[in-house]
Design a binder for this molecule. Structure first.
Ligand SMILES: Cc1cc2nc3c(=O)[nH]c(=O)nc-3n(C[C@H](O)[C@H](O)[C@H](O)COP(=O)(O)O)c2cc1C
Length: 329
């Protein structure tokens, strides 16, 4: 039987299947099923810097923004933040008590600020690691690429200075120098980088001629972008790598490991198939490894990375020139 153990978040995991942060990991019941089904680790739903402020604004709106209320804004702001943090901390302790797999706290942030204190509270609550879900949509036309990368690096450094547990970062692909950014994050001291987060996206409703939300869940074809970048960066940056987005089955998880991922993070497929699907997926991975004669994840990891593949040019090929003839007819 193949040995599935690996390392991610700077932690020893019994297998590379990490349950990605989502509404599913906001529930103790689900997390128990994920753990019983053999998952290697679970990342809790992010605590959102933004969400804290939304609730605050919502409360202000309900109060009609009265003068009296304004006088107490700071107090309420503090109270609401404090309650959210307390709930999250309590949840971490409850999950830690209920399951024996690594539990990773997640913070979503769009600015460096007082939320950095959350990090030490998450550590104190017993989380095994922290994943920072960092993202700013680079839509400000007056902001330079270096200002954006400075935000990522300074935020990571601020958190690393606060805690002793491993810190990983979940990033998007929206970087002008993606490879260089991951290298710099690794040099700053993160234990791992998860690529790529998937976001709420806009779509157009042709009937009502208005905007609407695009699919919230990923489709299986989306795995190719993280696959390229895992493959390109594996073994060339000083941190562990996890793949996320579009991994819906054992085959795709295996592809990511062969490209060089240390772990895979899945969310959408569990919305379709339920948390117990983790067991089936792991069994299928194991079966494939046995059939192909891989004794361990370590043995197969990165076998087809840019550094190790016999034909690494596939990772860098981006234009379709050779295919024009085929698709003309
Ligand atoms: C409903 C939903 C909620 C999510 N919430 C979070 C979140 O709070 N923090 C985070 O880092 N990622 C969040 N994600 C992103 C997932 O963790 C995952 O990285 C992404 O969906 C890509 O993986 P998938 O293709 O397996 O869904 C969420 C995804 C979904 C579908």
């Amino acid at each position: 039987m193949a040995n599935l153990s690996t390392r991610f978040f700077g932690l020893e995991l019994k297998n590379p299947l990490v349950i990605a942060s989502s509404g599913l990991t906001n529930s103790l019941e689900n997390i128990k099923i994920f753990a019983e089904s053999g998952a290697g680790a679970v990342v809790l739903k992010s605590i959102f810097e933004e969400e804290v402020y939304f609730e605050y604004e919502e409360m202000m709106r309900k109060q009609g923004g009265s003068h009296h209320f304004h006088e107490h804004l700071d107090y309420f702001d503090y109270q609401i933040k404090d309650e959210n943090v307390k709930d999250y901390i309590r949840f971490i302790s409850d999950v830690k008590e209920a399951v024996d797999i690594p539990v990773v706290g997640s913070i979503n942030c769009i600015s460096s600020g007082d939320w950095v204190q959350f990090a030490s509270k998450i550590e104190a609550a017993g989380a095994d690691a922290i994943e920072l879900n960092l993202f700013i949509l680079p839509s400000d036309l007056n902001k330079s690429a270096s200002e954006a990368s400075e935000f990522y690096l300074s935020t990571v450094k601020a958190v690393l200075a606060k805690v002793n547990i491993p810190v990983s970062v979940k990033i998007s692909s929206y970087f002008s120098n993606l490879g260089g950014m991951v290298k710099e994050l690794a040099e700053a001291g993160v234990a791992g980088v998860t690529m790529f987060n998937r976001f709420y996206s806009p779509d157009v409703d042709l009937n009502s001629l208005s905007l609407k939300a695009a699919n919230v869940l990923s489709s299986p074809s989306e795995y190719v972008m993280p696959l390229r970048w895992i493959g390109l960066l594996a073994g060339r940056v000083e941190c562990q790598l996890a793949a996320t987005t579009g991994i819906h089955d054992a085959d795709t998880a295996i592809k990511m490991l062969l490209a060089g991922a240390d772990a895979v993070q899945l969310a959408s497929i569990f919305y379709h198939k339920g948390p117990a699907y983790a067991k089936e997926l792991l069994a299928e991975m194991e079966k494939w490894m046995d059939e192909k004669g891989f004794a361990s994840v370590e043995e197969m990891k990165g076998k087809l990375s840019f550094t190790n593949a016999k034909n690494p040019g596939w990772y860098e090929r981006v234009q379709f020139m050779n295919y024009f003839g085929e698709y003309n007819g």
